[in-house]
Design a protein around this ligand. Sequence first.
Ligand code: ATP
Length: 315
Amino acid sequence: MPENVIEIEHLVVRYRGKTALDGLDLRIPSGAVYAFLGDNGAGKTTTMKILTGLAPPDSGRATILGLDCWARATELRHRVGYMPERPRFYDWMSVGDIGWFTASFHKPGFLTRYREWTERLGLDPTKRLKDLSKGGYARVGLALALAPDPEVLLLDEPTSGLDLLTRREFLAGLADLAASGRTVFITSHSIAELERACTHVGLLREGKMILSTTLEEVRKQVRRVSLRFTSAPPDPTGLGTILERNGTGRFWQVLVQDPDPAAIAALRERADLSDVEDVAVSLEEVYAGLMAKSVAPAESSGGPPMVWRGPNPAR
Ligand SMILES: Nc1ncnc2c1ncn2[C@@H]1O[C@H](COP(=O)(O)OP(=O)(O)OP(=O)(O)O)[C@@H](O)[C@H]1O
């Protein structure tokens, strides 16, 4: 198996002149649960379409398990499970019928696994698809994606429409799938929930990756530095790239990308500063900070303006 299960190189996709993917590069190692995050219209579903072989790119290349997603789409269909954002099935069929029908396109074992998954997901096999709730419908989509026992699982907003407990159970189950050697690529707007389940994170903005690394590395790359000052707030220049600054009274804090440990250590030495802390932040905060920065690049004079809640500390 290639080192990277999913590889995307300089991918470009245009819709009638509008660029949806703008030279996308992405590498996902085996066993990763990769959270693919981005605002509405960033290009997540377009990336899914390319990976599932539903459309060819205008240029660039996408491979899964070393096979070209467009040229080898039929072969990949047996090795890759896919759950679309809005699954659409033959609604007159029952939960059991759709498994039996889909099994005819797959290798032996599909139907047994489909039945196991529908049972685990609490689905009644006799119920018609048109009578299912949104969550029930999503669960059928999930059971169909898992039934081929895929090496790779592509999930487009799989938890939308599921209730809280089912979402949590589902996301916890992803870790088990990854532990058994499968690779999961998942898009979702529920960043906080994904943070508990993912091993890797990719942030997409306007068809380009602005970050793609392990969750562990994200926690090192973006930190919140906070402190109290007695005279004037410190100048953050040299701490790293400042994504966000704010404070209340004599409390000061910044969100920093690629922090310089020496500059943070120097703050701890200063007599006019106290309670200097340097902590990891939630994935949601990282997301908001990086997305805001990529909309309006930080000024060279030390980044975004300081937002103060409370009295002016300089007085
Ligand atoms: N069939 C299409 N024709 C024209 N433009 C399209 C088409 N599909 C997508 N786009 C445009 O391409 C861009 C990327 O869309 P895409 O659906 O991939 O984004 P997304 O990240 O999945 O968004 P969302 O989170 O809202 O689902 C958007 O600007 C969208 O309007």
